[in-house]
Design a binder for this molecule. Structure first.
Ligand code: NAD
Length: 486
């Protein structure tokens, strides 16, 4: 296990295969949220640095060594990278624990998914194919029509801090598999795993300039990436507020864009649910990663016949969560990412009290160093602020319902549409819920996980566009229609 002091990666920009300082020498401070101690100073990319990174990526895409590799060659490089990620899994887990404050015991789970994702798309790199169409003759002459599926070009990625390594893999693996080149602006709050992965990209032997990292702020480095004319597509994961800014900017320059945004997902506990499954699963969905998970199912819709049992069961689950030093082997919930996030979460707790929600358990900060908050459960209604807005902390609201129609209606009464969780042993009901829920993913008797073979994307305020699976290939390619009249 870990020693609390993993070997840090280079804390600089990775551009054209080299580590560089920011052009103006600027840096920002990286902080360990569990201790509030400084981890180090990381280079803060300027617009000029972003331009260098995009220029390197363009050179490789527009006729560089990368553009001449076959799909099999790209796949081989990605397989090699996946092996290196696996070799360094424990180090990457240490880095993300240090950076984000999450429980070390959980860190390998989403990083393991990053490895699966890279392997999945490595296996697809040699099969990025179009379609042949059987069409009728055109003006009496035979016709041969097909599509070419070609890489969109330079992909600019902007990632969030909650699971940075996994989300990074969701973006670069399909992009590189199809032959795009890549520039990522990682979250300022958690850049370490991305920087280590850049070193592994170099070790795997990718040509310089195919994969670039511009650490820094969203409003400088992120905005410069979005605005850069040499970028063909923006793949963003983060909040709806920033997503709207990016969507508007991408629209003005007609860039392709995918926006994977937040959630206020429901989990419905129907009367026939197996509570031995539902209770620990519901608690995991609320408290995993300190509740800083886009797919966290924070509205727990419970049939009234089960209300008391669910409330006492969830309280017991909350009491069993061990909050503390993220690196301790028995810790299952760590620190929130920073003071701003903690204040925001505690502000929502206040809003819950103000609006008449009833606190079942938790609701307070733990200690006065680091940003630890108790696992928190309220009972309330679907119209309260705590049931409407994404809190991104360990806070759930239990809401009662009387029949199936009411449950499904309440589940959909939200501006978000990322995930819906359903607990039932009735297959017909599970299928009906899957059809009716207005969300990108439905999970029955389980909370996740997403899978690189399946599509991932949100409806409504949860996003535009889809990543992973076939959609991941489509999102990084243009399909060109070719017709030959013979
Ligand atoms: P955020 O929107 O604050 O930041 C995301 C990224 O955007 C960061 O890298 C940030 O530096 C950058 N950014 C900020 N302003 C920018 C600007 N003007 N131009 C360009 N880039 C800018 O989100 P966050 O706090 O890092 O992450 C939490 C959010 O992400 C939550 O809403 C969560 O639900 C969402 N999320 C969604 C998914 C998903 O798959 N749908 C996955 C994880 C997180």
């Amino acid at each position: 296990m870990s020693n609390n002091a993993p070997k840090l990666p280079e804390l600089r920009l990775f551009i054209d295969g080299e580590w560089r300082d920011a052009s103006d020498g600027g840096t920002f401070t990286s902080v360990n949220p569990a201790t509030e101690a400084e981890i180090g100073q990381i280079a803060a990319a300027t617009a000029a640095d972003v331009d260098l990174a995009v220029t390197a990526a363009r050179r490789q895409f527009d006729g560089g060594e990368w553009s001449k590799l076959s799909g099999s060659d790209r796949g081989r490089l990605l397989y090699r990278l996946a092996d290196l990620l696996e070799r360094d899994l424990e180090l990457l887990a240490d880095l993300e624990t240090l950076d984000i404050g999450k429980a070390r015991v959980h860190a390998p789970l989403d990083l393991g998914m990053a490895i699966d994702t890279v392997r999945h798309f490595a296996g697809r790199a040699d099969s990025v194919n179009g379609t042949v169409f059987s069409l009728p003759e055109f003006i009496g002459r035979p016709r041969f029509s097909y599509t070419l599926r070609q890489p969109v070009g330079v992909v600019g990625a902007i990632t969030p801090w909650n699971t940075p390594g996994m989300i990074l893999s969701w973006k670069f693996a399909p992009a590189l598999a199809v032959g795009c080149t890549f520039v990522v602006k990682p979250p300022a709050e958690a850049s370490l795993s991305t920087l280590h992965i850049a070193e592994l990209v170099r070790e795997a032997g990718f040509p310089a300039g195919v994969f670039n990292v511009v650490t820094g702020s969203g409003t400088v480095a992120g905005a410069a990436l979005v605005d850069h004319p040499g970028v063909d597509k923006i793949s963003f994961t983060g909040s709806p507020e920033v997503g709207a800014v990016i969507g508007r900017a991408a629209g003005e320059s007609f860039k392709k864009v995918t926006l994977e945004l937040g959630g206020k997902s429901p989990q419905i506990i129907f009367p026939d649910a197996d509570l031995d499954v539902a209770l620990p699963t519901a608690a995991m969905s609320l408290f995993y990663n300190q509740g800083e998970t886009c797919a966290s199912a924070t509205r727990v819709l419970v049939h009234e016949s089960l209300r008391d049992e669910v409330l006492s069961g969830l309280s017991a689950q909350a009491a069993a969560v061990k909050v503390g030093d993220p690196f301790a082997p028995d810790t299952t919930m760590g620190s929130l990412i920073n003071r701003k996030q903690m204040d925001s979460v505690l502000g929502y707790v206040d809003a819950g009290h103000r609006e008449g929600a009833e606190l079942v358990t938790g609701g307070a900060r733990i200690g006065d160093s680091g940003y630890f908050v108790e696992p928190t459960i309220f009972t309330g209604t679907n119209t309260m602020t705590i049931a409407k807005e994404e809190i991104f902390g360990p806070v759930g609201t239990v809401i009662g319902f009387n029949d199936t129609e009411e449950a499904l209606r309440l589940a959909n009464e939200t501006r978000y549409g990322l995930v819906g969780v359903v607990y039932t042993s009735d297959l017909a009901l599970a299928h009906r819920a899957a059809e009716v829920l207005d969300v990108g993913a439905v999970w029955v008797n389980a909370w996740g996980p997403p899978d690189p073979r399946m599509p991932w994307g949100g409806f409504k305020y949860s996003g535009i566009g889809t990543e992973l699976g076939d959609a991941g290939i489509a999102a990084n390619t243009n399909e060109k229609a070719v017709s030959m009249i013979l």
